[in-house]
Ligand binder design. Structure first.
Ligand SMILES: Cc1cc2nc3c(=O)[nH]c(=O)nc-3n(C[C@H](O)[C@H](O)[C@H](O)COP(=O)(O)OP(=O)(O)OC[C@H]3O[C@@H](n4cnc5c(N)ncnc54)[C@H](O)[C@@H]3O)c2cc1C
Length: 452
């Protein structure tokens, strides 16, 4: 492919396999992804993005979009094609008076959060600091603050986006409201988003941390966890559970509470039952800055390990489901692998399913099975563990999935991520991208219509 025409219109670097920096730029979080794009266009601003999209449209090629490079399916990279790489675009403007932040889409949460925390403000982000704000926000965004503040997409006020024609438009409640709705969970289907304006909330300290029990106590711990989260938690308290290993390799079952309310004494009281349960081998719960919480589990999910995921929402966790979860957790084939239960409640569940593209709005548990390992020779073994664990949990499935947790072999599950919203999304996709230019994603099939 000849990129001369793009170079004349583009301020950033265009990396080809001969360029210094190409190897580093094609590496993403999942070490299993080994794609060699023909070019990686490292955008410096929306003008570069528009040039790259026009170039792709003129040559009828289907670019991949790279934000933070964390998507497990490797959507950010494409073999022998064009990658529109947003990662150099990292400006952020916080308006503390208006409680908003407008952020370019090359930022990670580890870069976004300190900028808002400098003003004692935050918005819902993910569980770790290394994910990109873009892909995570566009899929909906599940995180520590969702009980109090809603999902990430519930806090978006506007998107600047380059659509398939190369035109730059703004989507908000007043401008292209259909697109605004679709961007609240519809992923990278509608164009290349160059900046997002978020609503911010006052937040300084959290009470959070891990409470670790030996994995052989997992049945009792998970029964307690289930009853605790179903007892009607305050919005400010989120509690996850995870079967994982300590850094020195000991298998544990962890409860991870996070209190985001301003009344820390109330938080201590709310978390106390978790801390008082059983005989934990470690109780690491403490008052910490939100930025520290965001980095707390980064070390457990390092860049470059090989990874395969299965995920889906479960409504409840009867004893038989706990038994199944524990059996598979005990048979983990890699000490790096993690099985997580993410309790969703509060503000995130008070939004109507049809109010945003992200449709899973009932209280429930997101089961996220993360196979993680380092040796390519072991791919089949760890992938099989992840798949068989997920299949065994199927009896308790709600039939819904978070789009950002889908892996590369799960195109058929995309409609499950949107439920009844899928038809409307297909129509909007048809209006803004009838040729399906943006198809290197968890794709929503366009239904062709005239653009509004
Ligand atoms: C270790 C780890 C922890 C995670 N934790 C959470 C969590 O707590 N909560 C949560 O909700 N999710 C979480 N995720 C999932 C995460 O939301 C997805 O992996 C998401 O795709 C990451 O965004 P990214 O920008 O880093 O992805 P990338 O791989 O860069 O992009 C993935 C896709 O997103 C779309 N996209 C990205 N940027 C743009 C853009 N600017 N315009 C249009 N489309 C774009 C494109 O389709 C692209 O192919 C986690 C993932 C990992 C690996």
């Amino acid at each position: 492919m000849d990129f001369t025409a793009l170079r004349s219109d583009f301020s950033g670097e265009i990396l080809t396999p001969q360029s210094a920096g190409y190897e580093a730029a094609r590496k993403i979080w999942n070490g299993m992804i080994d794609r060699r794009p023909a070019a990686i266009a490292r955008c410096t601003g929306p003008e570069d993005v528009a040039a790259a999209v026009r170039f792709a449209a003129d040559r009828d090629i289907y670019p991949a979009i790279r934000g933070g490079g964390h998507n497990v399916a490797g959507l950010a990279m494409v073999e022998d094609g064009l990658v529109i790489d947003l990662s150099p675009m990292k400006s952020i403007a916080v308006d503390a008076a208006k409680l908003t932040a407008t952020a370019q889409t090359g930022l990670t949460w580890g870069e976004f959060d300190p900028a808002t925390q400098a003003h004692g403000l935050a918005t819902t982000g993910g569980l770790v600091s290394t994910t990109g704000i873009a892909g995570l926000t566009l899929g909906g965004g599940i995180g520590w603050l969702m009980g109090r503040c809603g999902l990430v997409c519930d806090n978006t006020l506007a998107y600047e986006i380059v659509i398939a024609s190369g035109e730059r438009i703004r989507a908000s409640a007043d401008e292209h409201p259909d697109l605004f709705w679709a961007l609240k969970g519809g992923g990278g289907n509608f164009g290349v988003v160059t900046s997002i304006t978020y609503r911010l909330h006052p937040l300084i300290s959290m009470i959070a941390g891990l409470i670790l029990h030996p994995l052989d106590r997992a049945r009792e711990v998970l029964s307690f966890y289930r009853d605790f989260v179903q007892s009607g938690l305050p919005d400010e308290l989120i509690v996850y559970a995870a079967a994982m290993s300590t850094p020195d390799g000991m298998p544990v079952i962890a409860m991870l509470p996070a209190w985001s309310g301003s009344d820390l004494a109330a938080g201590e009281r709310a978390i106390a039952p978790l801390r008082n349960f059983g005989a934990p081998i470690a109780d690491l719960v403490t008052v910490m800055p939100y930025v520290a919480l965001q980095q707390m589990i980064d070390g457990g999910v390092p860049h470059g390990l090989r990874s395969y995921w299965k995920s889906g929402f479960v409504r409840e966790l009867p004893d038989a489901a706990i038994d199944t979860f524990v059996d598979f957790a005990q048979q983990r084939t890699s000490r790096h692998s993690i099985a997580i239960l993410e309790h969703m409640h509060g503000a995130a569940t008070r939004v109507a399913p049809e109010a945003t593209a992200f449709s899973m709005r009932s209280e429930g548990l997101d089961l996220v099975l993360i196979g993680l390992w380092s040796d390519p020779a072991e791919d089949a073994r760890h992938t099989a563990w992840t798949r068989s664990f997920f299949a065994a949990m199927n009896p308790w499935s709600m039939g819904a999935v978070y789009v950002n947790a889908l892996d590369d072999d799960e195109a058929s599950r995309v409609p499950q991520a949107y439920g009844r919203n899928y038809t409307r999304l297909s129509g909007i996709k048809g209006r803004y991208d009838s040729e399906n230019r943006f198809r290197r994603n968890h794709n929503i099939a366009p239904v062709k219509q005239a653009m509004a």
